[in-house]
Write a protein that binds this ligand. Structure first.
Ligand SMILES: Cc1ncc(COP(=O)(O)O)c(C=O)c1O
Length: 380
């Protein structure tokens, strides 16, 4: 029976027959993560999801275990202990922080809070996949700025911005390209945006950068009314399974997003493990050192095999198969999998000729180069 005055004849017949998702939902391509298993291989070398190959900090794991007895208790919805730890570590005002079930959730909160039908969101054409999903779920149009040389291009992005652009998403460094904007380019991007347009600077890989011209954007966010910086515990801290990320935004923005945040979105053991992880400088230094040692080696070795390797500041490298090469990236991905090595094919990023390879431990890096050398064959 229909109540509250709804009349059958004002509702499209198909909506009365069965539940219908709102406009645009079924056009969203679901997120597909990196492969986690290889046929016939018990423990594959997993270099497909940019995880931390050193695992996670022992003190973070101990905190997780210590809290196993509290699984019947709701977590602190405000994440006060974690808030205080992040605030101290980065010198940020606690009330300007928002925590998410991964930084992915912060992107969703931003889109849900700021976008409505008719609005648009700008991102790089090869930018992180989660942005477009969050934007489309909020019924915003997604505009893709061309990325010549596989780098985010400030002018291309600004050319797409208009008075209905609510968010510009910048992954810095970018996934899957590894490219990055330096301070002057980032500031130019910000200067070119209207005041009502929010610049989201996603620093998921910021800890792996060694270019002194880079900035994580926190200084910019401190002063500006329309800049949000997001960070994650999934990469340098190796806590991807726990799903913890945060955003630093103007107080008013945090207040708006807090209204729709799911009240207990960061679970209890995750909050305490994250606090310990932040304090474990040794683990962070080792994780960074490993990437800084092997990223150039992988870049050089893969380049030596004739692949186009994009300069990267992430914990991964992007390797392209040149047009004239007879072998394809898909065939290489399958060949590596047959040897128990999982890397990320990038068809769904619009880069079907590329593979993304997480920087691994020494034997893993050597194994991937050896296998690709066998795949490519002797070079003339
Ligand atoms: C650029 C970028 N941002 C954010 C994330 C997601 O982070 P989280 O695990 O905190 O949701 C990833 C994960 O791969 C990423 O590559």
């Amino acid at each position: 029976m229909l109540r509250y005055g709804a009349r059958m004849d004002t509702i499209a017949p198909e909506r009365l027959m069965r539940p219908q998702p709102k406009t645009g939902i079924l056009e969203i391509e679901p997120y597909v993560g990196g492969k986690a298993s290889a046929e016939g291989v018990v423990e594959p070398i997993k270099l497909s999801s940019n995880e931390n190959v050193l695992g996670s900090s022992a003190v973070a794991r101990a905190a997780f275990e210590r809290n196993a007895g509290k699984l019947h208790i709701y977590p602190d919805g405000k994440a006060m202990v974690l808030r205080s730890a992040v605030s101290t570590e980065f010198h940020l005002e606690p009330e300007r922080l928002i925590f998410g079930c991964g930084s992915d959730e912060v992107f969703t909160l931003l889109a849900q809070t700021y976008c409505e039908p008719g609005d648009n969101v700008v991102q790089g054409e090869f930018g992180f996949l989660a942005y477009r999903i969050a934007a489309r779920a909020a019924q915003a149009e997604v505009r893709f700025a061309p990325m010549p040389s596989l780098r985010f291009d400030v002018d291309q992005a600004l050319a797409l911005v208009d008075d209905r652009t609510r968010l510009v998403f910048l992954d810095n460094p970018g996934n899957p390209t590894g490219g990055w904007l330096r301070r002057d380019e980032l500031e130019r991007l910000h200067r070119g945006l209207p005041g009502a347009c929010i610049l989201v600077i996603d620093g998921a890989y910021a800890e792996f950068v060694d270019d002194p011209g880079f900035t994580d954007g926190i200084d910019l966010a401190r002063e500006a009314d329309n800049v949000v910086v997001t960070r994650t515990f999934s990469k340098i801290h190796g806590l991807a399974a726990l799903r913890v990320g945060w955003g630093y935004a103007p107080t008013e923005m945090v207040g708006a997003m807090e209204r729709i945040r799911s009240p207990f979105n960061v679970n209890l053991p995750a909050q305490f493990a994250a606090v310990e992880a932040l304090g474990d400088k040794t683990f962070q230094a080792e994780s960074r050192a490993l990437v800084l040692e092997w990223r150039p080696w992988l870049t050089q070795q893969l380049g030596g095999l004739g692949l186009d390797v994009t300069p990267s500041q992430g914990n991964f490298v992007l390797a392209g198969f040149p047009r004239e090469t007879p072998q394809s990236a898909q065939a290489a991905e399958a060949f590596l999998a047959s040897r128990g090595i999982l890397v990320r094919g990038l068809g769904n990023y619009g880069l079907p000729d590329h593979l993304r390879i997480t920087v691994g431990l020494e034997p893993q890096n050597r194994a991937v180069v050896e296998a690709l050398a066998a795949f490519v064959g002797p070079r003339a």
